[in-house]
Design a protein around this ligand. Structure first.
Ligand SMILES: [Zn+2]
Length: 176
């Protein structure tokens, strides 16, 4: 299965995630926002040094449905320049710019998810969310967490126990 983390890097939350992944020998795929990557290049280096994958989530976390194709593609290109690679793309808010899809598919694999933690919801009841995300996890699942400040509390409540569940069920946690 595949652990993914969106909206980072963050100077303390992303290292916390890396440490939790280390404990169970897991690797993750981090869909980062280019402007955050520019601000915290050392966190990007740490992710790569540890064998995690750093992927494109636009430069400014923009919406696909309200921006023109040109603006959307430029924001993705700006993030690609910061990262120095083009391989995987995940649209912010799950909103892809439909007119940009064909062009994006030429350079990127578009990665969505099948398990959403909803860790970004302030009102999330993590005691209820834990069994929900565990039940929704299957071989090949792609789960989304957020290494961001608005998700920090829920992320920290959910991730350690979820990783223990994956380990005890024998899942391999691989990068995309
Ligand atoms: Zn996002």
């Amino acid at each position: 299965m595949y652990l993914t983390f969106d909206d980072g890097p963050h100077p303390t939350i992303t290292p916390w995630v890396m440490n939790e992944l280390d404990k169970v020998g897991a690797k993750g795929t981090f869909f980062v926002v280019g402007e955050n990557a520019e601000r915290y290049p050392e966190t990007i280096s740490d992710l790569r040094d540890k064998g995690h994958v750093v992927a494109n989530h636009t430069q400014h976390h923009i919406k696909g449905w309200i921006n023109s194709k040109e603006v959307y593609l430029k924001d993705i290109e700006d993030c690609a320049k910061v990262l120095g690679n083009k391989r995987l793309f995940r649209p912010p808010f799950g909103q892809i710019n439909f007119k940009a899809i064909d062009e994006l598919k030429g350079s990127y694999e578009l990665i969505m998810w099948d398990v959403l933690t909803k860790d970004y919801l302030r009102s999330l009841n993590t005691k209820r969310a834990q069994p929900r995300i565990q039940k929704a996890t299957n071989s090949g699942s792609i789960i989304v967490f957020h290494d961001s400040e608005n998700a920090e509390k829920n992320l920290k409540a959910l991730l350690p126990e979820y990783l223990q569940f994956l380990k005890s069920e024998g899942y391999k946690m691989e990068v995309l």
